[in-house]
Design a protein around this ligand. Structure first.
Ligand code: PLP
Length: 386
């Protein structure tokens, strides 16, 4: 069996043609494709504003800045995520802390969040922003988290890097009904790709305007927000300190082409997940738990070894890798990374996240994965568990 990666982009001839067309056009950057891509995502998600950038990491950074995160502020996220969900707070000079996960969904636990908020209110150390992550594409309990945000006065950034095409309460994730800003990633392992790229969505014109400035040096040509009402054609103003986080026309054209098959991709991912779940029924593993109010983007298919499995996770993992199966682990809890241990976090700080981490294995999932390959993966897993 050839090597089976855990995730893989899906690139068609239409995608290639769309990118080549941009290469033959007048604009490689700052042309019409990026605004078109933003409009398509706004339509998909039913959200007012979309700001495209060069990665979800950049989107998280400018989302924090737009919400005013700075030195002395506190940001909370989940330990079971990619490091970027936490790093964005540190870029702004803020302090980061984590909320433990729910045992079933592996998302941020609402009850742990509630308890931590009660304590933080007593200590006068409430977070300015909370960043729930829709792990594997399944939405967090946003309605409840939103309720707590009103009670305790924090803002919400949804890290939906895994979740484009997914739904919460029958509406597409990204509509920001229960958040200030939502972020998507288009890295090649995610659901659809722009090679590198991401977007931030929001219903707030004010936050969108800030993020648009932040992604391009803090420079504007918009007379409405310039300090000097100078309308000479060469004139522009830098009115804040921004970055170069722009998305290119090539990336946006690829994204526009990929968006056309989003529902096909998501449905295929669900078919693969359902097939895995049916095959794994009688094995000593926990298959993904799905909550009825969420339709997952199905970015990841994570299994957890049940306590009766006597073999250790690393041996099972290595057996599968030896069989050319690109299993993975999502994620090493962020607070256990050396950089974060150095900030003062310790083993034992978030016991649910750590217990999950010790038993989790991510099986391959991507649209081109065949049923034959899935059969092989499950057979190999059976052998590994023996
Ligand atoms: C991939 C990912 C990111 C970062 O996305 P990039 O586009 O690679 O910067 C952030 N958060 C989560 C949860 C991710 O999976």
């Amino acid at each position: 069996m050839n090597y089976i990666p855990y995730g893989k982009q899906n690139i068609s001839q239409e995608d290639i043609d769309a990118v080549v067309q941009v290469l033959q056009s007048d604009f490689l950057t700052q042309g019409p494709q990026v605004p078109n891509f933003e409009r398509e995502i706004a339509d998909l998600c039913s959200v007012n504003h979309v700001v495209a950038v060069n990665s979800a990491t950049s989107a998280l950074h400018i989302a924090c800045l737009a919400l005013g995160v700075g030195k002395g502020d506190i940001v909370w996220t989940t330990p079971i995520t990619f490091v970027a969900s936490a790093n964005c707070a540190l870029y702004c000079g803020a302090d980061i802390d984590f909320v433990d996960i729910d045992r079933d969904t592996y998302n941020m636990s609402v009850s742990a969040l509630r308890l931590k908020l009660e304590q933080a209110a007593r200590d006068k150390k409430l977070p300015k922003v909370v960043i729930p992550v829709h792990f594997g594409g399944q939405a967090c309990s946003m309605k409840e988290i939103y309720g707590l945000s009103k009670q305790y006065g924090f803002s919400i950034i949804e890290d939906a890097s895994h979740a484009i095409g997914g739904k919460y309460q029958n509406e597409f994730i990204g509509n920001c009904r229960y958040s200030d800003i939502t972020v998507f990633s288009f890295h090649p392992v995610k659901i659809i790709t722009t090679a590198e790229g991401g977007v931030a969505t929001t219903n707030s014109a004010h936050l969108a305007e800030k993020m648009i400035l932040l992604r391009s040096h803090g420079i504007t040509r918009d007379l409405n927000i310039m300090l000097n009402k100078n309308n000479n054609p060469w004139y522009y103003e830098q009115i804040s300190l921004g970055y170069n986080y722009r998305m290119t026309e090539l990336q946006a054209a690829l994204g526009l082409s990929q968006l056309k098959k989003l529902s096909v991709i998501t449905n295929k991912r669900h078919k693969i997940a359902d097939y895995y779940t049916s095959l794994l029924k009688n094995l000593p593993v926990v298959t993904p738990f799905s909550i009825s109010e969420s339709f997952s983007g199905m970015h990841l298919y994570v299994i957890k070894l049940k306590p009766e499995v006597k073999k250790n996770r690393a041996d099972i993992f290595n057996y599968l890798r030896q069989a050319n199966i690109g299993v993975n682990v999502h994620y090493i809890p962020v607070h256990l990374q050396p950089y974060y241990l150095n900030l003062g976090f310790k083993v034992g700080d978030f016991p649910e996240a750590e217990a999950y981490y010790n038993q989790a294995i991510t099986l391959p999932i991507y649209p081109e994965l065949s049923y034959q390959q899935i059969d092989y993966i499950v057979e190999s897993l059976k052998e590994a568990l023996l």
